[in-house]
Design a protein around this ligand. Structure first.
Ligand SMILES: C[N+](C)(C)CCCC[C@H](N)C(=O)O
Ligand SMILES: O=C(O)CCC(=O)C(=O)O
Ligand SMILES: [Fe+2]
Length: 421
């Protein structure tokens, strides 16, 4: 049974008479809502309600704001925001979901203005604002991205002329911090200028936006080519593009680099937008993209140098997407640290190598490479879930300091400043 509430009362009544049906839900409408035209007379066209709903055996169907939405009845009961079901001070559910009958159905449904009223068999009433339902429906979320981004190659990034943020304004103004975070969220990289070239000041910067993620490398790290740790990063060798800590179950969210000193040649930093490359794979070979989201891989860090003994293993696919909207949120790409593949049969392995090659070709296109020379005073933040980094081999003495940040806390700061993250 369909219940329409169009802005034209006439056509509604005519339709009802023509079909000879009485819709019980209409009987629930009070006098006021039977004459929406009169009530909304002074409202703008955009505010006039165009809503239709239908109560099915196993779900509630709602058409509103150009969206067809389907809601499960248990879901509707579970998301009740009444005072006894939800604590709006703590934003926590009080209702015990396990107490809801899995076969629950509303006794009556009625619409008043823009609010739907569900009366449940025990008499409890749940109110739903139509806009709340649109915002929180699966159908609404499916069309949205969690994180708006600008995908880039070297030309796109350079043309955008993304401004760096000054150390003082980053530390002292919310506006500076917000600009910085907005650029960081959009591009996956961002710079802060005029930072005193010390580990302490770099730490201060990091703490302004997040919590520092302490790892096996320490809290703040400070490294040079002394092979003090069992990893190529601690040499003068070139490093091809990669993301870090792929061997953690949750790779570090953000990497901060500050080059404190370099007396020598080479050592430029390479940056590549992994999501731009992945997007090219999706366009050119969607089934290869899909395979890269499905095949679980291990990455591994085995270290036995000096006092350092570590064995880390992280499992996950190269590309991670949200299942409901297919949005990419994490790329795990490190050919150095990739472990033995023993999680898939041989034929899948071969298809995986093909897909990996396609992605690698995209990642290695010279036009996708953005090269920068890190200098004392210029701190680089990299989204390690999106942007790959590498470095050119170098000569001479080079000192880099930095840290990893916990992603949740960076996003928390961004949201508190009003950014979408
Ligand atoms: C940044 N820092 C020098 C501390 C660690 C480097 C880690 C290198 C490792 N192969 C990886 O890619 O995760
Ligand atoms: O030395 C560099 O510029 C970066 C090395 C590296 O990839 C890392 O430390 O994660
Ligand atoms: Fe790295």
């Amino acid at each position: 049974m369909w219940c329409h509430r169009l802005s034209h009362l006439q056509s509604r009544l005519q339709n009802l008479l023509r079909r000879g049906v009485t819709c019980w839900a209409f009987q629930q409408l009070n006098f006021k809502s039977l004459f929406p035209l009169a009530i909304h007379l002074h409202h703008t066209a955009s505010e006039s309600l165009n809503c239709a709903w239908q109560q099915h055996e196993d779900h509630f169907e709602l058409q509103y704001a150009n969206t067809v939405m389907r809601f499960d009845y248990v879901w509707l009961r579970d998301h009740c925001r009444s005072a006894s079901c939800y604590n709006s001070k703590t934003h926590q559910r009080s209702l015990d979901t396990a107490s809801v009958d899995l076969c629950i159905k509303p006794k009556t449904i009625r619409l008043d203005e823009t609010t739907l009223f569900f009366t449940w068999p025990d008499g409890h009433v749940t109110k739903y604002d139509l806009d709340w339902l649109v915002r929180n429906s699966y159908e609404g979320q499916k069309q949205k991205v969690i994180q708006p981004r600008i995908l880039w190659n070297a030309e796109i990034y350079q043309r955008a002329q993304v401004p760096s943020v000054d150390f003082q304004s980053f530390l002292e103004t919310n506006e500076g911090l917000k600009n910085f975070l907005q650029n960081f969220l959009l591009y996956g990289i961002a710079f802060v200028e005029n930072v005193p070239p010390t580990q302490e000041h770099t730490e201060k910067l990091a703490e302004r936006i997040s919590l520092i993620r302490e790892t096996i490398y320490g809290r703040m790290w400070y490294f040079t080519s002394d092979f003090s740790r069992g990893d190529t990063a601690y040499t003068k060798l070139a490093l091809d593009r990669h993301t870090d800590t792929t061997y953690f179950q949750e790779p570090c969210g953000i990497q901060v680099f500050h080059c404190l000193k370099h007396e020598g040649t080479g050592g430029r930093t390479l940056l590549v937008d992994g999501f731009y490359a992945a997007e090219q794979v999706l366009q050119k070979a969607p089934e290869e993209f899909e395979l890269l989201t499905k095949v679980p891989l291990k990455h591994e860090y085995i270290e036995n140098v000096g006092e350092c003994h570590n064995h880390m293993i992280g499992v996950g696919p190269v590309l991670n997407i949200y299942p409901w909207n297919k949005e990419l949120y994490l790329i795990r790409y490190n050919n150095y640290d990739r472990a033995v593949i023993n999680t898939v049969p041989y034929d899948v392995v071969h298809r995986w190598y093909t897909a990996h090659r396609t992605l690698t070709v995209e990642l290695r296109r010279p036009e996708n490479e953005f090269w920068v020379k890190l200098k004392p005073g210029r701190v680089l933040f990299i989204d390690n879930w999106r942007v790959l980094h590498g470095r050119e081999s170098f000569t001479g003495y080079r000192q880099l300091c930095g840290c990893y940040l916990t992603r949740d806390d960076v996003l928390n700061t961004a949201r508190l400043l009003g950014l979408q993250a």
